[in-house]
Design a protein around this ligand. Structure first.
Ligand code: M6R
Length: 600
């Protein structure tokens, strides 16, 4: 959940790192730090503290000349966010500095066995790694000492190490946590995420698990790197061209990434359609279609917002493709002894493609010998690489911690997939998706109406979303979004379940937002709304025009009912955004969260 970045090259390394940390900050923002080799003093210089990267950028002394540096932005796992626990960390004699993303599971055992004399400064597991390197280097080369350490540590890591004795070398290692290497004419950059490479690399390559990388300057002054596997054999990989440009990862004039990403959703729909349309017909890799057609049940595994997209996916697979499907929360999957069908296929849905809970499931499912498909927004991600097949969402980089456009993209892709699998096409998907994009534009253009509604009725202590069928899934997602960024306690309920307990929470003035997009549930959801109003609730209804009542607060254009979650979620995203704005919350970086959850 942390972000790491390292650089060796002709540029001023500290600038590459600070710019990289700004772009990686969405991965964790409890604290951050940088360490570089100062050419004049021939020593490491470190800045690190609790707080955001902009503090680091402001406090930084830009006079130093440096060409080698590492940096880190943290989401605390071991030890609270404070200055001492911030990375980089150092070996006891200050020879080595390290940044690390991941969790070392056996750090206590290692400390006891190898480092009983070491006085640790932080509460982190990371300090153990760097001290082991310093211990082993007494009898071997740095490369050997790092490799020996790697052979003993268990867990997940992407780490970067620098050594005062070799100020022109940058060492890296990876297992389970993401790490990319990028090269450009001015040097080598390593980072957790492609975004930190933008502007510094022309090409990049995801580094594989259980590998060790050395970057150095050769005798001709060129920056080169070598990657080795666990037993020290060289590994060669294929580079990919850097397609991402700085404009795509900026705010493009919006006040917040989240608002930008909400507003991008119509073009996300159009982009996905373009990617999957061939001669006006939706096309998916025939091997994937064959796999899904021949399975007897699809098991979707996902977390958070992606799990909500999975619930809609279940509806689409069962109603359009006629394939039975069930959805499991990834972190629960390991503990439910599921009675699997004879011929299942597993679909992993993940914006980042790095969620650790999902990765653990993927490993387990593959061990059981079942086929896997990942649906992700990040082509280079671990889940994309490790599944048998993957499908890309093409939503573009999503930077706000609260997922919006990736959710819409996931459902659009699941609709395309279900549609390609169906024998009898129930509607013209291309036409329907185009209509949804237009209907979304109307909501986005008129977002001031939602802002006013939020100011007047929603900024309260708690809030409820209620709906039935597909609308219930939107309620779950809407509630997650509102609580995640505004911290208003919000729950999404199946409208019919209210009277089985939850209605006890309804009191004077509590906002209850009903979602109504389907004809079949219109009357019953409205009856539930009347029940809560009779107990003092302040209702807001989001409905599609054809099932609307003139008193409904947010009426959306008519679209295909089966696809309604793609549209009905948009006003709820705006409700969350404006509520957080009114409450003065840090919308793009809500407290305690990080964009990719790379620890289980
Ligand atoms: O990258 P993933 O889609 O696997 O992430 C899963 C969840 O962590 C994510 O959807 C989370 O719930 C979002 N922050 C919600 O906005």
């Amino acid at each position: 959940m942390c972000g790491i970045v390292g650089y060796l090259g002709n540029n001023k390394a500290s600038e590459v790192i600070l710019s990289g940390l700004e772009k990686l900050e969405y991965r964790g923002y409890d604290s951050c730090g940088i360490c570089f080799f100062d050419v004049a003093q021939e020593a490491f210089v470190t800045y690190k503290d609790i707080g955001r990267v902009f503090h680091l950028v402001n406090d930084f002394n830009y006079q130093y000349e440096n060409h080698l540096a590492i940096g880190h932005t943290r989401w605390a796992t071991h030890g609270k966010p404070n200055q001492l626990n911030s990375h980089p960390h150092f070996s006891q004699n200050k020879r080595f500095a390290i940044v690390h993303n991941g969790v070392i599971e056996n750090y206590r055992e290692l400390t006891k066995k190898y480092l009983p004399e070491v006085h640790f400064i932080s509460e982190t597991d990371t300090e153990v790694i760097v001290n082991m390197i310093e211990l082993f280097v007494k009898d071997m080369t740095v490369e050997e000492a790092i490799r020996k350490t790697l052979s003993l540590i268990e867990g997940s890591y992407a780490l970067l190490v620098i050594d005062t004795h070799h100020p022109e070398c940058l060492y890296a290692a990876k297992n389970k946590s993401p790490l990319l290497i990028g090269t450009g004419k001015n040097g080598i950059t390593l980072a957790s995420d492609i975004m930190a490479l933008v502007g510094y690399a022309d090409q990049y390559m995801p580094i594989g698990d259980k590998t060790f990388t050395v970057c150095k300057k050769d005798d001709y002054g060129h920056y080169i790197f070598e990657i080795y596997d666990i037993i020290g054999l060289p590994i060669h990989g294929d580079f990919l061209r850097m397609d991402l440009i700085l404009d795509e990862i900026g705010k493009a004039g919006y006040s917040h990434y989240m608002l930008k990403e909400i507003c991008e959703q119509p073009s996300v729909i159009r982009n996905i359609m373009e990617k999957y349309l061939s001669y006006d017909k939706f096309t998916i890799n025939p091997e994937i279609l064959h796999l899904l057609k021949s399975c007897d049940r699809i098991y979707i595994l996902a977390a958070g917002t992606s799990m909500h997209a999975g619930l809609v996916g279940k509806y689409l697979f069962e109603n359009i493709a006629k394939i039975p499907c069930e959805v499991n929360i990834a972190s629960e999957f390991a503990y439910n002894s599921l009675l699997l069908t004879k011929n299942p296929v597993f679909i992993f849905i993940s914006q980042s493609g790095e969620t650790a809970d999902l990765r653990a499931c993927l490993v387990k499912v593959r061990e059981l010998g079942y086929k896997t498909l990942t649906i992700t927004n990040v082509l280079t991600s671990t889940l994309a690489r490790e599944a048998d097949y993957y499908l890309e969402i093409f939503a573009g980089p999503e930077i706000a911690v609260a997922s919006t456009k990736a959710y819409v993209g996931q459902i659009v892709l699941l609709a395309i997939l279900s549609y390609c699998l169906s024998e009898n096409k129930p509607f013209d998907l291309k036409l329907e998706l185009s209509k949804i994009a237009v209907a979304m534009e109307a909501i986005i253009e008129n977002r001031d109406v939602i802002h006013t509604l939020v100011k007047e009725r929603i900024v309260k202590r708690n809030c409820f979303y209620i709906g039935r069928g597909l609308d219930y899934y939107t309620c779950l997602e809407a509630a997650l979004k509102l609580k995640e960024i505004s911290y208003i306690q919000t729950e999404g309920f199946a409208a019919g379940e209210l009277k089985h307990g939850t209605i006890a929470l309804i009191e004077e003035g509590v906002p209850v937002i009903g979602i109504i997009s389907q004809h079949a549930i219109n009357n019953s959801t409205r009856a539930n709304i009347r029940e809560v109003m009779a107990r003092g609730a302040n209702k807001i209804i989001i409905s599609l025009n054809r099932v609307s009542d003139p008193s409904d607060e947010i009426i959306l254009m008519n679209i295909e009912e089966m696809l309604s979650p793609i549209l009905t979620v948009v006003p709820t995203q705006l409700i969350a955004f404006f509520a957080a704005l009114e409450l003065g919350k840090d919308i793009d970086k809500p407290r305690n969260l990080a964009k990719s959850v790379t620890v289980e």
